[in-house]
Design a protein around this ligand. Structure first.
Ligand SMILES: [Fe+2]
Ligand SMILES: [Fe+2]
Length: 335
């Protein structure tokens, strides 16, 4: 409702100090009214920085997240599995593109965000620093990693920042396909030979705890939660989302006839929720700090891909320049 009044079209990317009381009050009124904040609207510095960090790290995660699954493309057990996995990985590349585009509307270029990733200044989801050791990992990743991503991302479809919210709507539709293709692999393996079922159980054992860590530490320890909640970037706490995920996932695992690697897991009939054991946050911090099983490998592959793609980007830019020159000359000639 206040969007028009705050549009400062002559000065895109207007940012203000968070202590500018009148603008701040009008900004918060947009958010409280569930209207969207758009790129040219005034916004506090801290809101812009929070979104730049969150959206770009989300984009980096989509791109790095292609690696563990790309590892199995040449070894998929059938043509159908290969085609499905390929489509899923291509979707993740697309998610990266939508998200970099959304992040660019906050006044920083894709190259700058990319530089932050390549230099190690920006993080990506810790889960992608774990290896994919068997075909069953393709099932566990789709079922659990994409399943956890959906829990996190559905509320982001209502995020206060318009470009991010709109990108998330399409991404969530695709994530739901990813979750199902993963679960279907787990169903097939669980109903297969004893060796296949053991492979599915092993994948669940290895991915379960790192997936629970994907939701981040408890909100009491999380640095950015209070502002993100006030600005409606975040609708649920990390613990609430983790609980929703556990409540949805345990019955799915039981349907597979698999067990979860948590001896303290039990259903609390009084609350209707599953209670779980302690999460090893020291592992999370270690992996996030760069010392997970695959951090170095992931960045090495990403940097090599970036270097190998330089000539493509240069060729595309040269072509765009030539085309712009031709159009300019044609325009002059026509005048
Ligand atoms: Fe994705
Ligand atoms: Fe996905």
């Amino acid at each position: 409702m206040y969007t028009q009044a705050l549009n400062e079209k002559d000065a895109p990317f207007t940012t203000g100090r968070s202590d500018d009381p009148i603008k701040l009050e009008r900004f918060q009124a947009i958010i409280d009214a569930e209207d969207k904040v758009e790129p040219n609207d005034w916004m506090p510095d801290a809101y812009r920085r929070t979104l730049q960090r969150q959206i770009s790290q989300h984009a980096h995660s989509e791109v790095i997240g292609m690696q563990p699954e790309g590892n199995w493309l040449t070894r998929a057990p059938s043509l159908k599995r290969k085609a499905t996995l390929l489509a899923k990985i291509q979707d993740e590349a697309g998610h990266g593109l939508y998200l970099y585009a959304a992040a660019e509307t906050l006044g920083m270029s894709r190259e700058e965000y990319y530089e932050q990733l390549l230099s190690g200044r920006a993080k990506y989801s810790s889960i992608f620093n774990y290896p994919s050791l068997t075909w069953a990992d393709m099932g566990a990743i789709g079922w659990l990693v994409d399943g956890a991503a959906i829990m996190n991302q559905i509320p982001l479809c209502r995020c206060s920042y318009g470009p991010y919210a709109r990108a998330m709507i399409r991404i969530c539709k695709e994530e739901s396909f990813h979750q199902r293709q993963g679960y279907e692999i787990m169903v097939t393996l669980s109903r297969g030979t004893p060796a296949q079922k053991a492979m599915a159980q092993d994948a669940l054992n290895r991915f379960y705890w790192p997936v629970l860590m994907m939701f981040g530490p408890s909100d009491t320890e999380s640095m950015h939660s209070a502002d993100s909640t006030k600005w409606k970037i975040k609708r649920f706490s990390n613990d609430e989302l983790r609980q929703k995920f556990i409540d949805a996932t345990i019955p799915q695992g039981q349907h597979l006839g698999l067990t979860f690697p948590d001896p303290d897991l039990k259903f609390d009939a009084a609350t209707g929720h599953w209670t779980h054991g302690e999460i090893d946050w020291s592992e999370f911090k270690r992996v996030l700090a760069g010392d997970g099983p695959c951090n170095r490998q992931r960045m090495k592959v990403r940097k090599a891909a970036d270097a190998e793609g330089t000539w493509v980007r240069e060729a595309a830019a040269a072509y765009a320049n030539k085309r712009a020159d031709r159009q300019r000359i044609a325009k002059i000639a026509a005048e």
